[in-house]
Design a protein around this ligand. Sequence first.
Ligand code: UD1
Length: 339
Amino acid sequence: MANQILLTGGTGFIGSHTAVELMSQGYEVIIVDDLSNSELKTLKSIERITGKKPKFYQADIRQYELINAIFKENKITGIIHFAAKKAVGESVEQPVMYYDININSMINLLKLMAAYQVQPIVFSSSCTVYGQPSILPVTEATPFLPAESPYGNTKQIGETILRDSTAANKNINAISLRYFNPVGAHESGLIGELPIGVPANLIPFITQTAAGLRQELKIFGGDYNTPDGTAIRDYIHVVDLAKAHVVAIDRMLNAKQAKRYEFFNIGTGKGSSVLEVIQSFEKMTKVKVPYRIVDRRPGDIVEIYADTSLANQVLDWKSLLNLDEMMRSAWQWQLNLGK
Ligand code: UD1
């Protein structure tokens, strides 16, 4: 029987791309999502790409009894836990909501894993756990710095909970994937990022500005100590990132883990500045992005990019798609949204 993988937050940006990659590898996918930041029609898009419809439940992972019923009804063999809030600024304004959603959902899943003897869980962590590291590229050996935001803190706490739980319970295995900046969209143009309201992240803001939905892009800070003065991030194509989840769950299901808790940087290893991102976008789409340099955004770090050698060696995973392809596919998705 095929492995049944529960994807919390599976209709979201990274979750939907991971559903597609898992299904194309023969996994059965069960999605649980409360649709607070995604849409039901994503399921149809996943079906159009893969030829199969994933099983779907609309629920909040904090609703223990509802999630318990889902475990009872299915033979879940692994979990990929995406469901979470992820806006840094919002987390500063509403910390209790962030701790409630991001931490309580993890706790419920761990209780249910123990109750139903489900061993592996993959957790969506973030490069935010490193803060502004003093040495770049950043490796997994870099210690956490005090979190800059409640959002960042929930990722550090989430990892800590997994470390402690795997140490205490031999029947639980976990891998945290520390995402750098996921962007781009599936080559079909059928799934991508669906920001609600004004996007906080760079790429959706660029595509919406290019599409004429926003007047101009504000570049947060032009006076950083970087070659062109704008901040540097490691942008990673969401399809490459999705594939890392398949490798991670495979590794645990096939008992290939060296330790019962592992964590990996998932990026390209290449830093790009905000201006370089805009240049790549304009080159690939031939559409100009009007922009203006404004003050730095509070809480932003100057520069971060990944050392990915651990994921390359241990997971045998490598990013394949470059910044140009990220921009091309993000634009294709934006154009399809308008149809
Ligand atoms: C941050 C977190 C990341 C989190 C993500 C989710 C860090 C290092 N990263 O990513 O963990 O998952 O938020 O929200 O804390 N920019 C502009 N104008 C804009 C928008 C962004 O200039 O309108 C710039 C930012 O200043 C930054 C870069 O673009 O330099 C990327 O910003 P963004 O897409 O918001 O992601 P991060 O802040 O890097």
